[in-house]
Design a protein around this ligand. Structure first.
Ligand SMILES: [Fe+2]
Length: 348
């Protein structure tokens, strides 16, 4: 291997910019190395692609001057390998014959510039300085962008933590006010997520199910608990009043969550057949998350003690939901509910 620079004078120990001349013609790379060294660069040389890659793996290089035509692996093939392994190393292609297609391909593959042989040394030095300035600016911008990305990620995590804290506070406020709904939101969330998973809902859509379920009854913060938990059945007026939690809830959560979650909460008491009180949507017009919540919410309500009745058995509640498939509940959601491991465990 023909490598002339002393290890002690590499970039690690100086501030000079380092250049590797890769050319199969010894006389060309020697004279170029000498000239560049005289112009203040730290310069080394390699006679072929293998020598060049070995050198680059061992030492940090700012710029490679790469001969396009070389025996074995030509410079045009070596270029993408260099750019992939050492993206911060700039490359100037050197060629005796200008073939526009080859030059265009080299520029597409990451070369910063090209020069023609025989070299006009003054022009070459100018080209090298321009390329190194551009390369240094690119590295500076890349580093700045990585720092900014890190800050954005950190802020996103902080915002998510604040959001979760806010949701937890809202649920705690609701449960402190109404002991009968304590744990209801979290149980409904578990059931809703199981149904959604059985329907192959995932990613951001599944997260929407989670937050809509946790917050679905948040509007009850604005409902008088003496009416909501009244022993005995509600009069139509009282029922209408309790149902206003579906319009109060969206107003509370709107600053915190996306529109999908807001609308899911607004419609979580809608009947699939459109016969619910003050209902404007029916069937699949009702948001899918609302249709999932309707099943999960009803199952948990039926299997929980209320002031005016004891909890229904799980199997009875499942039968009740099956009977209301197509009327109160979306049949597709009911089928998914029946596929959840929780329901399967009751039925077996
Ligand atoms: Fe509700």
């Amino acid at each position: 291997m023909v490598l002339t620079a002393d290890k002690e004078t590499t970039k690690e120990t100086t501030n000079k910019e380092t250049i590797l001349v890769v050319d199969d013609e010894k006389i060309v790379r020697r004279s170029l190395t000498k000239c560049l060294t005289m112009n203040g660069f730290l310069c080394d040389e390699a006679g072929n692609a293998d020598e060049a890659m070995e050198y680059l793996h061992n030492k940090s290089v700012d710029l490679v001057i790469l001969d396009i035509m070389m025996p074995g692996i030509p410079g045009s093939e070596l270029l993408p390998r260099i750019k992939q392994a050492f993206p911060n190393t700039a490359v100037i292609m050197a060629t005796a014959v200008v073939e526009p297609d080859t030059i265009v391909n080299c520029m597409k593959n990451g070369a910063h510039d090209y020069v023609t042989k025989p070299f006009d040394l003054n022009q070459l030095i100018k080209n090298i300085q321009t390329v190194l300035e551009k390369r240094n600016l690119e590295i500076y911008l890349k580093e700045k962008s990585q720092v900014l990305e890190g800050k954005v990620t950190k802020q996103a995590r902080e915002l998510q933590r604040l959001f979760i804290d806010a949701v937890e506070s809202l649920i705690s406020a609701l449960e402190a006010k109404d002991k009968y709904t304590a744990g209801h939101s979290r149980r409904v969330t578990k059931i809703a997520l199981d149904i959604a998973s059985a329907m192959h809902i995932d990613g951001e859509d599944l997260e929407n199910v989670r937050w809509a379920a946790l917050l679905h009854d948040i509007g009850k913060i604005g409902i008088d608990p003496s009416v909501q938990n009244k022993p005995g059945s509600l009069t139509p007026t009282e029922y209408n009043y309790v149902l206003t939690h579906c319009t109060i809830g969206p107003g509370i959560v709107q600053p915190l969550v996306n529109e999908t979650i807001v609308e899911a909460i607004r419609h979580h008491h809608d009947s699939y057949d459109g016969t619910g009180l003050n209902q404007t949507l029916k069937g699949e017009e009702i948001p899918l998350i609302s249709r999932i919540l309707a099943v999960a919410d009803s199952f948990d309500a039926m299997t929980s003690d209320r002031p005016y009745r004891s909890a229904m058995s799980a199997i009875k509640a499942v039968n009740e939901i099956e009977q209301c498939s197509g009327t109160q509940f979306d049949p597709v959601v009911v089928q998914a509910f029946l596929k959840t491991s929780m329901v399967k465990s009751f039925k077996n």
